[in-house]
Design a protein around this ligand. Structure first.
Ligand SMILES: *Cc1c(COP(=O)(O)O)cnc(C)c1O
Length: 370
Protein backbone atom coordinates (compact mmCIF):
# COMPACT_ATOMS: atom_id res chain seq x y z
CA UNK A 1 0.00 0.00 0.00
CA UNK A 2 1.46 3.35 -0.97
CA UNK A 3 1.56 6.31 1.38
CA UNK A 4 -1.08 7.99 -0.79
CA UNK A 5 -3.41 4.96 -0.60
CA UNK A 6 -3.02 5.02 3.14
CA UNK A 7 -4.03 8.67 3.21
CA UNK A 8 -6.89 8.16 0.78
CA UNK A 9 -5.39 10.66 -1.64
CA UNK A 10 -5.50 9.81 -5.37
CA UNK A 11 -2.38 10.18 -7.44
CA UNK A 12 -2.78 11.75 -10.86
CA UNK A 13 -1.13 11.93 -14.24
CA UNK A 14 0.12 15.43 -14.98
CA UNK A 15 -0.42 16.36 -18.65
CA UNK A 16 -0.82 20.01 -17.69
CA UNK A 17 2.36 21.77 -16.56
CA UNK A 18 4.72 21.98 -13.57
CA UNK A 19 2.03 23.43 -11.37
CA UNK A 20 2.62 23.57 -7.61
CA UNK A 21 -1.06 22.88 -6.92
CA UNK A 22 -0.75 19.37 -8.34
CA UNK A 23 2.69 18.57 -7.01
CA UNK A 24 5.01 20.53 -9.29
CA UNK A 25 7.37 17.87 -10.57
CA UNK A 26 8.70 14.43 -9.71
CA UNK A 27 12.32 14.08 -8.61
CA UNK A 28 14.73 11.68 -10.32
CA UNK A 29 16.01 8.86 -8.08
CA UNK A 30 19.49 10.44 -7.91
CA UNK A 31 18.04 13.59 -6.35
CA UNK A 32 16.18 11.59 -3.72
CA UNK A 33 19.28 9.53 -2.96
CA UNK A 34 21.32 12.69 -2.44
CA UNK A 35 18.64 14.07 -0.13
CA UNK A 36 18.50 10.86 1.88
CA UNK A 37 22.26 10.94 2.28
CA UNK A 38 22.19 14.58 3.33
CA UNK A 39 19.50 13.82 5.90
CA UNK A 40 21.70 11.42 7.85
CA UNK A 41 24.16 13.92 9.32
CA UNK A 42 24.30 17.21 11.14
CA UNK A 43 26.22 19.94 9.32
CA UNK A 44 26.82 23.64 9.67
CA UNK A 45 24.01 24.98 7.51
CA UNK A 46 25.73 28.20 6.43
CA UNK A 47 28.84 26.30 5.45
CA UNK A 48 26.72 23.88 3.38
CA UNK A 49 24.77 26.71 1.72
CA UNK A 50 28.07 28.34 0.75
CA UNK A 51 29.63 25.14 -0.60
CA UNK A 52 26.49 24.23 -2.57
CA UNK A 53 26.22 27.82 -3.82
CA UNK A 54 29.79 27.78 -5.13
CA UNK A 55 29.10 24.57 -7.06
CA UNK A 56 25.81 25.92 -8.43
CA UNK A 57 27.50 29.17 -9.47
CA UNK A 58 30.20 27.28 -11.37
CA UNK A 59 27.67 24.96 -13.03
CA UNK A 60 25.47 27.86 -14.14
CA UNK A 61 28.31 30.23 -15.16
CA UNK A 62 27.33 32.77 -12.53
CA UNK A 63 29.33 34.78 -9.98
CA UNK A 64 27.35 33.37 -7.08
CA UNK A 65 24.28 31.29 -6.27
CA UNK A 66 21.92 30.58 -3.38
CA UNK A 67 19.35 27.86 -2.69
CA UNK A 68 16.05 29.33 -1.50
CA UNK A 69 12.87 27.60 -0.38
CA UNK A 70 11.23 28.13 -3.79
CA UNK A 71 11.23 30.81 -6.48
CA UNK A 72 8.68 32.94 -4.62
CA UNK A 73 11.04 32.97 -1.62
CA UNK A 74 13.83 33.85 -4.06
CA UNK A 75 11.81 36.85 -5.24
CA UNK A 76 11.40 38.02 -1.63
CA UNK A 77 15.10 37.41 -0.83
CA UNK A 78 16.22 39.31 -3.93
CA UNK A 79 14.08 42.25 -2.85
CA UNK A 80 15.47 42.06 0.69
CA UNK A 81 19.02 42.03 -0.73
CA UNK A 82 18.57 45.21 -2.79
CA UNK A 83 16.91 47.07 0.10
CA UNK A 84 19.12 45.92 2.98
CA UNK A 85 22.41 44.96 1.36
CA UNK A 86 24.79 43.92 4.15
CA UNK A 87 23.44 46.51 6.61
CA UNK A 88 22.29 44.64 9.72
CA UNK A 89 20.33 47.61 11.06
CA UNK A 90 18.25 47.79 7.90
CA UNK A 91 17.73 44.02 8.08
CA UNK A 92 16.29 44.38 11.56
CA UNK A 93 14.07 47.28 10.48
CA UNK A 94 12.31 45.38 7.67
CA UNK A 95 9.49 45.22 6.65
CA UNK A 96 9.35 48.84 7.80
CA UNK A 97 11.11 50.68 4.98
CA UNK A 98 10.73 54.22 6.30
CA UNK A 99 13.68 56.31 5.18
CA UNK A 100 15.11 53.58 2.96
CA UNK A 101 15.38 53.10 -0.78
CA UNK A 102 12.02 51.43 -0.94
CA UNK A 103 10.57 51.66 -4.44
CA UNK A 104 10.54 48.74 -6.85
CA UNK A 105 9.54 49.40 -10.44
CA UNK A 106 7.37 46.78 -12.19
CA UNK A 107 5.71 46.89 -15.59
CA UNK A 108 1.94 47.16 -15.11
CA UNK A 109 1.66 44.38 -17.68
CA UNK A 110 3.80 42.12 -15.46
CA UNK A 111 1.73 42.46 -12.27
CA UNK A 112 0.84 38.98 -11.04
CA UNK A 113 0.19 36.94 -7.92
CA UNK A 114 3.88 36.34 -7.28
CA UNK A 115 4.67 40.05 -6.89
CA UNK A 116 3.26 39.77 -3.39
CA UNK A 117 6.68 38.29 -2.59
CA UNK A 118 8.18 41.69 -3.53
CA UNK A 119 5.60 43.69 -1.62
CA UNK A 120 5.92 41.66 1.59
CA UNK A 121 9.38 43.17 2.11
CA UNK A 122 7.65 46.51 2.75
CA UNK A 123 8.57 48.20 -0.50
CA UNK A 124 6.27 50.25 -2.67
CA UNK A 125 5.58 48.96 -6.17
CA UNK A 126 5.83 51.70 -8.79
CA UNK A 127 4.01 50.66 -11.95
CA UNK A 128 5.10 51.76 -15.40
CA UNK A 129 3.11 51.62 -18.63
CA UNK A 130 -0.29 50.12 -19.29
CA UNK A 131 -1.48 46.55 -19.82
CA UNK A 132 -0.50 46.79 -23.47
CA UNK A 133 2.18 49.46 -23.84
CA UNK A 134 5.22 50.73 -21.94
CA UNK A 135 7.56 53.50 -23.09
CA UNK A 136 11.23 53.94 -22.28
CA UNK A 137 10.51 57.47 -20.98
CA UNK A 138 8.10 55.99 -18.46
CA UNK A 139 10.86 53.86 -17.00
CA UNK A 140 13.32 56.78 -17.04
CA UNK A 141 10.80 58.97 -15.23
CA UNK A 142 10.00 56.34 -12.60
CA UNK A 143 13.64 56.00 -11.51
CA UNK A 144 14.65 58.25 -8.62
CA UNK A 145 16.87 58.13 -5.55
CA UNK A 146 14.30 55.92 -3.78
CA UNK A 147 14.48 53.22 -6.47
CA UNK A 148 15.78 49.95 -5.02
CA UNK A 149 15.32 47.78 -8.14
CA UNK A 150 13.40 47.04 -11.27
CA UNK A 151 11.63 43.67 -11.10
CA UNK A 152 11.09 41.83 -14.38
CA UNK A 153 8.68 38.89 -14.56
CA UNK A 154 9.60 36.59 -17.41
CA UNK A 155 6.58 34.38 -18.12
CA UNK A 156 3.40 34.17 -20.15
CA UNK A 157 2.65 37.83 -19.31
CA UNK A 158 5.92 39.06 -20.77
CA UNK A 159 5.79 40.71 -24.15
CA UNK A 160 2.44 42.50 -23.91
CA UNK A 161 3.88 45.76 -25.19
CA UNK A 162 6.53 45.81 -22.49
CA UNK A 163 10.01 47.22 -23.04
CA UNK A 164 12.53 44.64 -24.23
CA UNK A 165 14.56 43.33 -21.26
CA UNK A 166 17.74 44.55 -23.03
CA UNK A 167 16.37 48.09 -23.00
CA UNK A 168 15.34 47.85 -19.34
CA UNK A 169 18.84 46.67 -18.40
CA UNK A 170 20.48 49.42 -20.46
CA UNK A 171 18.41 52.15 -18.78
CA UNK A 172 18.85 50.57 -15.33
CA UNK A 173 22.62 50.34 -15.73
CA UNK A 174 22.80 54.00 -16.66
CA UNK A 175 21.09 54.83 -13.35
CA UNK A 176 22.95 52.17 -11.38
CA UNK A 177 19.72 50.35 -10.48
CA UNK A 178 19.74 46.52 -10.26
CA UNK A 179 17.39 44.52 -12.48
CA UNK A 180 15.93 41.41 -10.84
CA UNK A 181 14.42 38.71 -13.05
CA UNK A 182 11.80 36.23 -11.90
CA UNK A 183 12.47 33.39 -14.33
CA UNK A 184 10.82 30.72 -12.15
CA UNK A 185 9.61 28.57 -15.04
CA UNK A 186 12.07 29.60 -17.75
CA UNK A 187 13.92 26.32 -18.18
CA UNK A 188 14.09 24.77 -20.71
CA UNK A 189 16.24 25.98 -22.31
CA UNK A 190 18.89 25.24 -19.66
CA UNK A 191 20.98 28.16 -20.97
CA UNK A 192 18.49 30.52 -19.35
CA UNK A 193 20.21 29.70 -16.04
CA UNK A 194 22.94 32.10 -17.20
CA UNK A 195 21.25 34.07 -19.98
CA UNK A 196 19.58 36.79 -17.90
CA UNK A 197 22.61 37.49 -15.72
CA UNK A 198 24.89 37.52 -18.77
CA UNK A 199 22.52 40.08 -20.28
CA UNK A 200 23.22 42.25 -17.23
CA UNK A 201 20.47 41.39 -14.77
CA UNK A 202 21.75 41.58 -11.18
CA UNK A 203 19.92 38.42 -10.09
CA UNK A 204 17.78 35.76 -11.76
CA UNK A 205 15.46 33.45 -9.86
CA UNK A 206 14.37 29.93 -10.81
CA UNK A 207 12.04 27.40 -9.26
CA UNK A 208 13.76 24.20 -8.19
CA UNK A 209 10.48 22.32 -8.25
CA UNK A 210 9.36 22.91 -11.82
CA UNK A 211 11.20 21.46 -14.83
CA UNK A 212 14.50 21.36 -12.93
CA UNK A 213 12.80 18.54 -10.98
CA UNK A 214 14.57 19.28 -7.74
CA UNK A 215 12.86 19.37 -4.35
CA UNK A 216 9.41 21.02 -4.43
CA UNK A 217 10.37 23.53 -1.80
CA UNK A 218 13.57 24.72 -3.45
CA UNK A 219 14.53 27.64 -5.63
CA UNK A 220 17.72 28.93 -7.21
CA UNK A 221 18.93 32.52 -7.07
CA UNK A 222 21.95 33.32 -9.26
CA UNK A 223 23.91 36.47 -10.00
CA UNK A 224 25.93 39.24 -8.36
CA UNK A 225 28.18 38.16 -5.52
CA UNK A 226 27.44 41.13 -3.26
CA UNK A 227 23.68 40.58 -3.51
CA UNK A 228 23.94 36.83 -2.91
CA UNK A 229 26.06 37.66 0.14
CA UNK A 230 23.25 39.96 1.35
CA UNK A 231 20.78 37.11 0.81
CA UNK A 232 22.96 34.76 2.88
CA UNK A 233 23.07 37.25 5.71
CA UNK A 234 19.29 37.68 5.68
CA UNK A 235 18.34 34.07 5.02
CA UNK A 236 17.98 31.22 7.50
CA UNK A 237 19.41 30.19 9.93
CA UNK A 238 19.83 33.91 10.71
CA UNK A 239 16.81 35.43 12.38
CA UNK A 240 15.13 38.22 10.51
CA UNK A 241 12.51 38.83 7.89
CA UNK A 242 13.52 35.82 5.79
CA UNK A 243 13.74 33.32 8.64
CA UNK A 244 10.32 31.82 7.79
CA UNK A 245 11.69 30.93 4.33
CA UNK A 246 13.78 28.10 5.70
CA UNK A 247 15.65 25.84 3.36
CA UNK A 248 17.03 22.59 4.74
CA UNK A 249 20.23 20.69 4.07
CA UNK A 250 18.28 18.07 2.10
CA UNK A 251 16.86 20.69 -0.29
CA UNK A 252 20.27 22.30 -0.81
CA UNK A 253 21.90 19.02 -1.77
CA UNK A 254 18.81 17.91 -3.72
CA UNK A 255 18.73 21.05 -5.85
CA UNK A 256 22.44 20.84 -6.60
CA UNK A 257 21.98 17.26 -7.79
CA UNK A 258 18.93 18.23 -9.86
CA UNK A 259 20.80 21.06 -11.61
CA UNK A 260 23.75 18.78 -12.37
CA UNK A 261 21.41 16.21 -13.94
CA UNK A 262 19.49 18.88 -15.83
CA UNK A 263 22.65 20.23 -17.44
CA UNK A 264 23.69 16.72 -18.47
CA UNK A 265 20.28 15.83 -19.88
CA UNK A 266 19.92 15.40 -23.66
CA UNK A 267 17.46 18.23 -24.24
CA UNK A 268 17.40 17.74 -28.02
CA UNK A 269 16.37 14.11 -27.67
CA UNK A 270 13.69 15.15 -25.22
CA UNK A 271 12.37 17.78 -27.62
CA UNK A 272 12.14 15.33 -30.51
CA UNK A 273 10.44 12.77 -28.25
CA UNK A 274 7.87 15.36 -27.20
CA UNK A 275 7.33 16.37 -30.85
CA UNK A 276 6.65 12.73 -31.67
CA UNK A 277 4.20 12.35 -28.80
CA UNK A 278 2.29 15.50 -29.77
CA UNK A 279 2.15 14.48 -33.44
CA UNK A 280 0.84 11.03 -32.45
CA UNK A 281 -1.83 12.51 -30.17
CA UNK A 282 -2.98 14.99 -32.81
CA UNK A 283 -3.34 12.47 -35.62
CA UNK A 284 -5.44 10.13 -33.43
CA UNK A 285 -7.59 12.89 -31.92
CA UNK A 286 -8.30 14.46 -35.30
CA UNK A 287 -10.20 11.31 -36.35
CA UNK A 288 -12.93 12.12 -33.84
CA UNK A 289 -15.85 14.28 -35.03
CA UNK A 290 -15.95 17.65 -33.29
CA UNK A 291 -12.31 17.46 -32.20
CA UNK A 292 -9.55 19.56 -33.72
CA UNK A 293 -6.03 18.96 -32.46
CA UNK A 294 -2.82 20.72 -33.47
CA UNK A 295 0.73 21.21 -32.27
CA UNK A 296 1.10 24.42 -30.29
CA UNK A 297 4.37 26.13 -29.40
CA UNK A 298 5.60 27.82 -27.21
CA UNK A 299 3.85 26.45 -24.12
CA UNK A 300 2.10 28.23 -21.27
CA UNK A 301 5.38 29.34 -19.71
CA UNK A 302 6.71 30.57 -23.05
CA UNK A 303 9.15 27.64 -23.24
CA UNK A 304 10.09 26.43 -26.74
CA UNK A 305 8.38 23.08 -26.15
CA UNK A 306 5.37 21.64 -28.02
CA UNK A 307 2.00 20.57 -26.65
CA UNK A 308 -1.30 19.61 -28.24
CA UNK A 309 -3.99 22.26 -28.50
CA UNK A 310 -7.32 20.45 -28.57
CA UNK A 311 -10.44 22.39 -29.60
CA UNK A 312 -13.81 20.81 -28.87
CA UNK A 313 -16.96 21.60 -30.84
CA UNK A 314 -19.41 20.68 -28.09
CA UNK A 315 -22.40 20.13 -30.40
CA UNK A 316 -20.51 17.78 -32.69
CA UNK A 317 -18.43 16.05 -30.02
CA UNK A 318 -21.44 15.54 -27.74
CA UNK A 319 -19.61 17.02 -24.75
CA UNK A 320 -18.20 20.35 -23.68
CA UNK A 321 -14.61 21.04 -22.84
CA UNK A 322 -15.55 21.25 -19.16
CA UNK A 323 -17.18 17.81 -19.38
CA UNK A 324 -13.97 16.46 -20.88
CA UNK A 325 -11.76 18.03 -18.21
CA UNK A 326 -13.98 16.58 -15.45
CA UNK A 327 -14.14 13.14 -17.06
CA UNK A 328 -10.33 13.08 -17.28
CA UNK A 329 -9.97 14.25 -13.68
CA UNK A 330 -12.59 11.88 -12.23
CA UNK A 331 -11.58 8.86 -14.29
CA UNK A 332 -9.07 6.15 -13.47
CA UNK A 333 -6.28 7.07 -13.57
CA UNK A 334 -7.00 10.74 -12.89
CA UNK A 335 -5.49 13.01 -15.53
CA UNK A 336 -4.94 16.78 -15.37
CA UNK A 337 -4.77 18.88 -18.53
CA UNK A 338 -4.61 22.66 -18.89
CA UNK A 339 -7.84 24.53 -19.75
CA UNK A 340 -7.30 27.18 -22.41
CA UNK A 341 -10.59 29.06 -22.70
CA UNK A 342 -14.16 27.84 -23.13
CA UNK A 343 -13.59 25.25 -25.85
CA UNK A 344 -9.88 24.44 -25.66
CA UNK A 345 -7.57 22.25 -23.62
CA UNK A 346 -3.81 21.87 -23.84
CA UNK A 347 -2.26 18.46 -23.38
CA UNK A 348 1.41 18.68 -22.44
CA UNK A 349 3.94 15.83 -22.72
CA UNK A 350 6.61 17.62 -20.63
CA UNK A 351 5.60 16.56 -17.11
CA UNK A 352 4.66 13.00 -18.12
CA UNK A 353 6.57 9.96 -16.96
CA UNK A 354 7.62 7.44 -19.62
CA UNK A 355 4.66 5.50 -20.95
CA UNK A 356 2.00 7.87 -19.62
CA UNK A 357 1.57 9.44 -23.08
CA UNK A 358 -0.30 6.31 -24.21
CA UNK A 359 -2.52 6.26 -21.11
CA UNK A 360 -3.43 9.91 -21.69
CA UNK A 361 -4.30 9.26 -25.34
CA UNK A 362 -6.32 6.14 -24.52
CA UNK A 363 -8.34 8.02 -21.90
CA UNK A 364 -8.97 10.95 -24.24
CA UNK A 365 -10.14 8.63 -27.02
CA UNK A 366 -12.34 6.55 -24.70
CA UNK A 367 -14.05 9.61 -23.24
CA UNK A 368 -14.51 11.41 -26.58
CA UNK A 369 -15.79 8.34 -28.41
CA UNK A 370 -18.56 7.70 -25.87
C1 LIG B 1 6.01 29.16 -10.35
C2 LIG B 1 6.39 30.59 -10.30
C3 LIG B 1 6.83 31.18 -9.10
C4 LIG B 1 6.86 30.40 -7.80
O1 LIG B 1 7.78 29.37 -7.79
P1 LIG B 1 7.92 28.42 -6.48
O2 LIG B 1 9.19 27.68 -6.70
O3 LIG B 1 6.71 27.55 -6.50
O4 LIG B 1 7.95 29.31 -5.28
C5 LIG B 1 7.19 32.49 -9.12
N1 LIG B 1 7.15 33.22 -10.25
C6 LIG B 1 6.74 32.71 -11.42
C7 LIG B 1 6.74 33.56 -12.65
C8 LIG B 1 6.33 31.37 -11.49
O5 LIG B 1 5.92 30.85 -12.64
Amino acid sequence: MSIYDELGVRTLINASANITRIGGSVMPAEVLEAMTEASKHFVNLEELQRAVGEKLAALTHNEAAYVSSGAAAGVALATIAVVAGLDRNISQQLPDTTGLKNEVIIHKSHRNGYDHAVRMVGVKVVEIGTETETKAEELEKAINDKTAAIFWFQNALTGRGDLPLEKVIEIANRHNVPVLVDAADQVPPAENLWKYTQMGAALAIFSGGKDLSGPQSSGLVVGRKDLIEAIRQNGNPNSGIARPMKVGKEEMVGLLTAVKLYLKRDHEARLSQDEEIVAGWCSELNRIPGVQAERSIPNVAGQPMPRAKVVIDAAQAGMSCDDLILALRNGTPSIEVLPGGTNTIYVNPMPLKDGEEQIVLDRLLAILKK
